[in-house]
Design a protein around this ligand. Structure first.
Ligand code: NAD
Ligand code: AHE
Ligand code: ZN
Ligand code: ZN
Length: 370
């Protein structure tokens, strides 16, 4: 057992408690990682709120980290002590039906236990005074030391600053990947991005990479527009400025609708708007936002009958072990401006402030430095 500073989510809706926890050594096929820095994603807040049907407490949240391998369990061959890694909430075993399909990044090798807050052997490596603390998304990056399955770490270039490339562990990769891998946006396309947090702004970067001709950035918080424009949005739209539904506004602005739209909020009503602002005959809408327990999407089937496509994207369709090192290299070359996303940095003791800033709409990403 080693001691680790961690932010513990004891129950839904309560602030995290910064405390010392016990971390058991890595078992067969597992690695111990010292997290150097972690971003705070809206999904952490979503789960802490109690809206996540898979939310388990007490647990250690966090899934956007960067760290260094400190120890390896029996049989681990693909990473070694000292390697720099990004934890993967979507692992890549390379052997399951999903990995072998070539059609999805959703490796299912350890998904069942991961969803129960446990390691693949059905136990937790975290405890506090003998009480079990559950893992979260298989990553638990709000602990300085965390244990991960070997298949759930991507080995990256040691030169890359972990306090920046940690954002590739979720938000930035998700937005770019949803545009490039899921939608496969073509040059000249028109794109609408709903929600300008870390995910939506990354989708804008993806749309620029894909050479979209128009990128409409939509948010109810106009404080997000400047950064959206800086990253390549061609127009910013605030639904609150109009007295008609936002889908009608977008359809009018784009001669019948956009080629692609991305919902980056987690609001089922906006998901409908994002679908319905797509062009008849071919427009495609990608759901990235995560909606709470019991929420359902709806639209008239006629929307799909008349050629619109509704799909979803997890971790941008990115296969973490194979593809994330390439994202890190692109960030190193300056092609992915990670600095732009980091509006706040703080120590673990102040992590609750990161949640406050997010809820107040004042941050894009807060990065916690251990
Ligand atoms: P965020 O809180 O930083 O950003 C959300 C943005 O949406 C804010 O700018 C907010 O002002 C805006 N917004 C809220 N309501 C709106 C409305 N009605 N109309 C327009 N804009 C509105 O969140 P984030 O970290 O960027 O995450 C966004 C969503 O993506 C969350 O639901 C998160 O859980 C989800 N997510 C999904 C994946 C995935 O793999 N599918 C990965 C990461 C995050
Ligand atoms: N547990 C929730 C769903 C949460 C969810 O959709 N998570 C995304 C990643 S969000 C990252 O910020 C994801 O990867 N989903 C695929 C998966 O297998 O979890 C629920 O509704 O039960
Ligand atoms: Zn996330
Ligand atoms: Zn797999």
């Amino acid at each position: 057992m080693i001691k680790s500073r961690a932010a513990v989510a004891w129950k839904a809706g309560a602030p995290l408690e910064i405390t010392e926890v016990d971390v058991a050594p890595p078992k067969k096929g597992e690695v111990l990682v010292r997290i150097v820095a972690t971003g705070v994603c809206h999904t952490d807040a979503f789960t802490l709120s109690g809206a996540d049907p898979e939310g388990i407490f007490p647990s250690i949240l966090g899934h956007e980290g960067g760290g260094i391998v400190e120890a390896v369990g029996e049989g681990v061959t693909s990473v070694a002590v000292g390697d720099h890694v990004i934890p993967l909430y979507t692992p890549e075993c390379g052997e399951c039906k999903f990995c072998k399909s070539g059609k999805t990044n959703l490796c299912q090798a350890i998904r069942a236990t991961q969803g129960k807050g446990l390691m693949p052997d059905g136990t937790s490596r975290f405890s506090k005074d003998g009480e079990t603390l559950f893992h979260y998304m298989g990553t638990s990056t709000f602990s300085e030391y965390t244990v991960l399955p070997e298949i759930a770490v991507a080995k990256i270039n040691k030169e890359a600053p972990l306090e920046k490339v940690c954002l590739l562990g979720c938000g930035v990769t998700t937005g770019i990947g949803a545009v490039m891998n899921t939608a496969k946006v073509e040059p000249g396309s028109t794109v609408a991005v709903f929600g300008l947090g870390g995910i939506g702004l990354s989708a804008i970067i993806g749309a620029v990479m894909a050479k979209a001709s128009r990128i409409l950035a939509i948010d109810v918080n106009p404080g997000k527009f400047e950064i959206a424009k800086q990253l390549g949005a061609t127009e910013c739209v605030n639904p609150l400025d109009y007295d008609k539904p936002i889908q009608e506004v977008i359809v009018d602005l784009t001669d019948g609708g956009v080629d692609y739209s991305f919902e980056c909020i987690g609001n089922v009503k906006v998901m409908r708007s994002a679908l319905e602002c797509c062009h008849k005959g071919w427009g495609e809408s990608v759901i990235i936002g995560v909606a709470g327990a019991g929420e359902e999407i709806c639209t008239r089937p006629f929307q799909l009958v008349t050629g619109r496509v509704w799909r979803g994207s997890a971790f941008g369709g990115v296969r973490g072990r194979s593809e994330l090192p390439g994202y890190v290299e692109r960030a190193q070359k300056g092609e992915i401006p990670l600095d732009t996303f980091i509006t706040h940095t703080m120590g673990l003791n102040d992590i609750n402030q990161a949640f406050d800033l997010m809820h107040e709409g004042k941050s894009i990403r807060s990065v916690i430095h251990y």
